[in-house]
Design a protein. Structure first.
Length: 145
């Protein structure tokens, strides 16, 4: 069975990538794995952070948020497409590269800042393009009018 992996972080760029990946998955009768990653802040020993929730709670919150996005995009229960919510603890680039193992395609969005900086890939997109085990599509933002 074909499988497409897409990174979803809730940004407009990732939502555009999700829509593109869903259309591609429908066209090729592929399963769509929507991946979100989360991680604790790097400075968790600082008192400013207080008590951080347990990993299970952080994971569940990420899963619920991703499922809400899938539902809002018509990719939840009853969809004509098999779309799975995949939650990974860790940095987003590594999470997407790992999730893309055995996939036919990895799809990521861009921030779309425009001008010269809009021509540059973000760090996650760059990691994916450089290290993914499958072809990668970087979906640009929709054209602004």
């Amino acid at each position: 069975m074909r499988r497409i992996v897409v990174g979803v972080d809730g940004s407009e760029g990732s939502l555009h990538a999700l829509r593109w990946a869903a259309a591609e998955a429908r066209q090729h009768a592929a399963t769509l794995d929507a991946v979100v990653s989360w991680q604790y802040p790097a400075l968790t020993t600082m008192p400013a952070f207080g008590v951080l929730p347990p990993a299970e709670e952080m994971n569940e919150e990420a899963r619920q948020g991703l499922q809400e996005v899938l539902d809002a995009e018509g990719l939840g229960a009853g969809s004509d497409l098999v779309a799975r919510a995949v939650v990974v603890q860790g940095p987003p680039g590594a999470a997407l590269i790992d999730a893309a193992a055995g996939a036919d395609l990895l799809v990521v969005g861009t921030r779309g800042r425009g001008g010269f900086t809009g021509l540059l890939l973000g760090s996650v997109s760059q990691q994916c393009v450089t290290h993914a085990p499958c072809p990668v599509v970087v979906v640009p933002p929709p054209a602004r009018r």
